[in-house]
Design a protein around this ligand. Structure first.
Ligand SMILES: [Zn+2]
Length: 267
C-alpha cells in the first residue's frame, strides 16, 4: 500500500485558475501557509508517500512543468492524476488525451475519473476503445470512482449503488477507485465492497463520513461514522497493494493525524 494525499493544483502552485466551484472544491489549502519545505517534511513524517494531483479545466503544460519542478525539489511523487471536477458529466476524448499526457509527464501511474465521465458513454465503442489505447500508449491505468448519492446522481444507480457501480467497471474492463465516504454516504457497506471487489481496486479515496443523503463528507478519520480502524485492518488483511489517498477537507493537523492513523495500522 502507498499512502497519498489529494492536492489541488491551485493549492500547490498558489494559482487561482478556477471558477467558483473549483475554488470551493480546492479546500483545504495545505500549502497556502508556512514554507513548502516544512509542509512536505511534516507530511512525510506522518507517512504520506505521494500526491494525487487534482487538475482543473484550465491546467496547462506550463502548470504541469511547475508541478514537476516541485516534485523533484521536494522528492514527493505524483502517484495519480484526478480529472477536473467540473468535467464530471462532460469529459471528452480530447480532455482524456490531455490528462494521460499530464500523467505521463509526471510519471503518475493512475488517472482517476468520476464514473459519469465513462458511464455516460458505455455504448460509444470509439470512446472506450481510444481510452484503452491511451492506457497502453501512456502506461497509465484509468481508474473509475463511485459517486455520492445526490440530487444530481439520484436516478443513476450505476453511479453510486452496489453492485451496479462495480459491475459496470468490471463489464467495461476498468479498475475501480473506491471512494469510501461516497459509498457509505449512499448506503453501501465498505467491508462488503472490499470482499466483492478487492482484486479490481487500484485506488481508495479515504475520508470519514456520516451516513445518509445530507451527511457531512470528506471528514478527518475518526470524525464520522465509518468504523475506520476495522476497515483499514480489513484492507491490510486483504493484502491490498494499491494506493490509499486521503481526500480530507480539513486543516493540515487533521490530515497529519489521519495519515498517522493509517500508517499505525499498516506498519
Ligand atoms: Zn473521491
Amino acid at each position: 500500500m502507498q499512502l497519498s494525499l489529494s492536492v489541488n493544483i491551485n493549492d500547490l502552485l498558489h494559482t487561482d485558475k478556477t471558477n467558483l466551484f473549483e475554488r470551493w472544491a480546492a479546500r483545504p489549502r495545505v500549502f497556502s501557509s508556512g514554507s513548502m519545505q516544512d509542509t512536505f517534511t511534516q507530511l512525510k513524517q506522518a507517512g504520506i508517500q505521494g500526491m494525487e494531483l487534482v487538475v482543473v479545466e484550465r491546467t496547462t503544460d506550463a502548470d504541469i512543468a511547475a508541478v514537476l519542478a516541485i516534485v523533484e525539489q521536494y522528492k514527493m511523487p505524483v502517484l495519480s492524476i484526478h480529472m477536473p471536477l467540473v468535467k464530471t458529466f462532460s469529459l471528452g476524448l480530447k480532455d482524456i488525451a490531455v490528462l494521460v499526457r499530464f500523467a505521463q509527464r509526471l510519471s503518475a501511474k493512475l488517472l482517476i475519473l468520476h464514473c459519469p465521465a465513462i458511464f455516460k458513454k458505455t455504448n460509444d465503442k470509439d470512446f472506450i476503445g481510444s481510452i484503452k489505447q491511451y492506457e497502453d500508449i501512456y502506461k497509465v491505468k484509468v481508474v473509475i470512482e463511485n459517486m455520492e448519492k445526490s440530487v444530481v446522481t439520484f436516478y443513476e444507480k450505476n453511479y453510486w449503488k452496489e453492485p451496479y457501480f462495480s459491475g459496470m467497471c468490471k463489464q467495461m474492463g476498468f479498475a475501480i477507485n473506491l471512494d469510501v465516504c461516497h459509498l457509505v454516504q449512499s448506503g453501501g457497506n465498505e467491508e462488503t465492497f472490499l470482499k466483492d471487489n478487492i482484486q479490481y481496486i487500484a485506488g481508495i479515496h479515504l475520508s470519514d463520513s456520516g451516513v445518509g443523503f445530507w451527511a457531512k463528507q470528506h471528514l478527518a478519520l475518526g470524525d464520522g461514522e465509518i468504523p475506520m480502524i476495522s476497515f483499514l485492518q480489513d484492507v491490510r488483511n486483504r493484502n491490498y497493494k494499491g494506493v490509499i489517498t486521503l481526500e480530507i477537507r480539513g486543516d493540515v493537523e487533521s490530515i497529519l493525524s489521519s495519515a498517522r492513523m493509517v500508517q499505525n495500522i499498516f506498519v
